[in-house]
Design a protein around this ligand. Sequence first.
Ligand SMILES: [Zn+2]
Length: 322
Amino acid sequence: MRKEISLGVDFGGTRIKIALVDSKGRILHRAAVAVRRSWPRKKLFGVLVQTIENFLNTHTPSKKSLLGVGMGLPGLIDFKRGFVHRFINVRGFRNLPLASMLRRRLKLPVFIDNDVNLMTLGEATYGAARGFSQVVCMTLGTGVGGGLILNGELYRGSSLSAGEIGHVPVSRGGPLCACGHRGCFETYVGNRAIVERARQRIRAGECTIALDLVDGKVSRLTPEVLSRAAKRGDRLSLSIWKEVGEWIGIALAGVVNVYNPDRIVIGGGVSEAGSVLFRPVRESLRTHALAWPLKNFEVVPAKLGNDAGVIGASVLVRRSLP
Ligand SMILES: [Zn+2]
């Protein structure tokens, strides 16, 4: 029997998501387990191994039927050496040869990479950019991440940090970013920036139905609430998404001009705002990018949602094996 199934793992700071994925990118079984960032390394590693072992015992006849395990983690990950340099917000898990540690315990081939890289691989293989070989993926949330596919292959950069779209500077002396610099793109379109725009305008006396959706509590506003309000025609919310879309278009115009991609895929919670966000993004791109690279280009919402990570991880296994 030809092996066609691999195990995809999305190892976040608070959750391990795990799925058996077939060669067509379909999820056969899935599970999720909560973890804590504060756990010591030994415990976190133990729970990771146990979760995978239990899952495989339940859902696969034998390990022999599996190609291997692919895993995405947020942070600075060396795919070639299977090494975790830095796991964002998880102190215990750094400078760790994670792939070989897992290989020894699981007795299976194991490959690890940055989570946004794997999401990009998933979307370019089975999702919104399926069939295209020049693809940029951007995730919008608390932070703004990015992944690049160049000539059909993940491009990781000289020291593995390629794709940091969130930290492209878009203004001189702008707001302070989590990275320590000022004026990064993320400080204009990250969750915090979006909500802060709304709060400022509410404080200045503007009315919005977004407040009714959170029982009048400004502290409970989120991008998701603002997108619900915008879909009901709320003026303040619509104008905030317009501003956010304009900024995204400006940053992506830079990407389009330099890189000339087939598709840019936008994922992450904020992208669920849908057309109230994508319309101004497309307008802003037309205003700011060169006309030629826009000819056969489209900016599209991600298709695989929360599954992009585990599906991309399974693609990594198939691509990495000889
Ligand atoms: Zn930054």
